[in-house]
Design a protein around this ligand. Structure first.
Ligand SMILES: *[C@@H]1O[C@H](CO)[C@@H](O)[C@H](O)[C@H]1NC(C)=O
Length: 617
């Protein structure tokens, strides 16, 4: 007994000295939720420091790497790197059909030749739990293959051929299958739920909702139904619920947290990839970086300021005649309408674009601007119509022809003088003596007034643009944005407080996006699962830079997993900085600190990248 104790201590020492996430001993299960933390049987925090190991959800129907290394070797590599848990994905198609595995995918694990998807899945999960790693089973897709693109109908929890009941039965059957294995700690109900776009094969668009009771769209209700069925099978499971919109939108949970039959079981899941920072998409699609935007708005701002000062000086030289009130109101109203229509167009385009990814979020963030600019356009129009009417002194039509009066006779000056004085009275100015009111308000002045108003508006726009281009690129902004989207749930003591697990994130450059996100994960001490350990993948298609999914020409084949930790040999680490940074996140609290690597210029920049020169596929 004593010997075994010392042996265990000895065997565990190297791991703890090297760092990495603490493994949870068998007797510390089951896990529960307490506030924002996942805790073990003794109430100690368990940080899910996981990696995604995918494959069973794909058209290969089994874990990546089994073609190259024995399953225990791959698992040992995951464990060596310090992770304490693994998120494993599968498809309903694989579960329902349970197809026989192709030899090419299990070449290095000959015992699996001729065996099925479930045999392969069992083998992976057994190897993981033998190594002391926790397993979270991710119900990734219905039909086997790539996931998730906005044009795919996999965003709902049901698709043609795989109704809700099949989905729930599959979750329940998986729960039952691994009930005797305490290391299988969670059921991740469904990956990257998102809106269904109009699809000729599958009907009109459906916006995913949260808590509105619509049986076709209410994800919170569907997750509650499924979660309760899983808990009825095994009350010790944690139920992982995906945030809306590919895992970026947890805001509706704030007012409507999920409540299951058993308390303290819900973990929310979010994802984050560089394309989720939509302001990057805007600048990328426009082909301008934030630094360019900063310089452009600065130069334009100086330009408009110069025009304004020129106009002001020349106006002073003309004798400081104040614009007639009606002319001023009509001009302001007209320009307000013109620019409001312009902004309305931009807001509407942004709303439509955002709807492609996330209608719920678009309605929160962009629709108010559509309403706002519609309103200001109407206000501007009303101002024009109301001011345009003759009002005792002279109609605006007359005002605009004012120079004709000037040319016709000198008396017209007197008429104009009256008008100016009317304007003065409004301003309550006793400064009438300082102004030369004998000079009439002519066409030239009317045009200059228009230039003045437009320049003021453009100057303000440049200011706003410059401010935005500075702020959007800072960690300060990024932190607030993520807090608003899902980080709020980590605040202790709120009715909505819950653990949020960053179940997928990945990138290939040691640039600003990576560093900012690491800093956030570290400062909020977020549980995570990196995407992915896989070095290569058997792929039938890809998500192009334009956001459109395309099948690979020539059919499915092995391709490099850009965000993968390991190289195609399933042993070599591709990028040392990646592993170092992830390991720093594994402790609780995290010990990752922002590193000034002297290359942060732009959110999209990636000047610190060290290209991978490992063996090719
Ligand atoms: C789940 O198990 C039930 C009962 O054994 C079976 O009828 C059903 O087909 C299974 N469903 C799936 C998706 O595996």
């Amino acid at each position: 007994m004593v010997f075994r104790f010392w042996l265990c201590l000895f065997l565990q020492l190297p791991t703890s000295l090297l760092g990495g996430a603490a493994l949870v001993p068998r007797e510390r299960f089951p896990l529960r939720v307490e506030g924002r933390f996942i805790v073990d049987r003794l109430g100690e925090r368990v940080k899910w420091a996981c990696v995604n190991w995918y494959g069973p959800e794909s058209i290969s129907f089994t874990f990546g790497g089994l073609e190259k290394r024995p399953v225990e070797d791959v698992v040992k590599r995951i464990s060596d790197l310090g992770f304490n848990c693994v998120r494993v994905a599968y498809s309903l198609e694989a579960h329902v059909r349970n197809p026989t595995l192709e030899e090419q995918f299990v070449k290095a694990n000959r015992f699996l030749i001729g065996k099925t998807f479930l045999d392969g899945f069992d083998a992976g999960i057994e190897a993981l739990s033998n190594a002391g790693l926790m397993v979270i089973i991710d119900q990734h897709v219905s039909r086997a293959g790539y996931c998730c693109h906005w044009s795919q109908d996999e965003g709902l929890w049901y698709v043609p051929g795989y109704p809700e009941e099949t989905w729930i039965q599959s979750l329940v059957n998986m729960t039952k299958r691994y009930k005797g294995n305490p290391f299988v700690v969670g059921m991740d109900l469904r990956n990257e739920v998102h809106d269904l776009h109009s699809n000729p094969k599958w009907g009109s668009g459906l916006m995913m909702t949260w808590g509105d009771g619509n049986p076709k769209t209410d994800w919170a209700a569907a997750a509650t139904r499924a979660g309760n069925r899983v808990l009825a099978e095994n009350q010790d499971m944690l139920i992982v619920v995906m945030a809306l919109c590919f895992g970026m939108e947890l805001r509706p949970m704030r007012s409507q947290p999920i409540s299951l039959d058993l308390p303290n079981r819900v973990v929310y899941q979010t994802h984050n990839y560089i394309e989720y920072q939509f302001w990057n998409l805007i600048t990328r699609d426009l082909g301008i970086s934030f630094s360019t935007l900063r310089i452009a708005t600065l130069i334009s701002g100086v330009f408009f300021a110069a025009i304004l000062s020129f106009l002001l000086r020349s106006w002073r030289r003309t004798g400081r005649a104040y614009p007639p009130r009606q002319l001023l109101l009509v001009s302001l109203g007209a320009w307000l309408t013109v620019f409001s229509c312009l902004f309305l167009g931009v807001a509407f385009a942004a709303y439509k674009a955002a709807c492609t990814y996330c209608e719920w979020g678009a309605q929160q963030d962009f629709l108010p601007w559509v309403y706002f600019w519609s309103l200001t356009a109407v206000v501007g129009l009303v101002l024009v119509v109301v001011s345009w009417r003759p009002s005792g002194t002279a109609s605006v039509a007359e005002l605009l022809q004012v120079d004709k009066y000037v040319m016709q006779s000198d008396e017209s000056c007197d008429e104009e003088t009256d008008l100016f004085q009317k304007s003065d009275d409004r301003g309550g100015g006793s400064s009438g003596s300082e102004r030369d009111i004998t000079k009439p308000w002519d066409t030239g002045l009317v045009i200059r007034l228009q230039c003045f108003i437009v320049s003021v508006i453009l100057l303000v726009m440049c200011g706003v643009g410059l401010f935005a281009a500075i702020v959007v690129d800072t960690y300060w902004f990024y932190e607030r944005w993520l807090d608003k989207q899902w980080g709020f749930a980590l605040e202790e003591g709120q009715p909505f407080t819950a653990p949020v697990w960053m179940g997928e994130f990945g990138y290939l450059n040691h640039g600003p996006f990576w560093l900012m996100f690491m800093r956030y994960l570290s400062s909020r001490d977020v549980d995570f699962a990196y995407w992915a350990i896989n070095g290569i993948k058997y792929s039938e298609g890809f998500n192009g830079a334009d956001g459109v999914y395309r099948p690979l020409p020539g059919g499915a084949r092995w391709v490099v997993e850009l965000y993968g930790i390991l190289g195609p040999d399933w042993q070599t680490v591709k990028k040392a900085w990646m592993v170092r940074d992830l390991q720093a996140l594994m402790d609780s609290p995290s010990r990752w600190l922002p590193t000034d690597i002297g290359c942060v210029t732009d959110f999209l920049g990636h000047f610190c990248d060290v290209p991978f020169r490992g063996p090719d596929v």
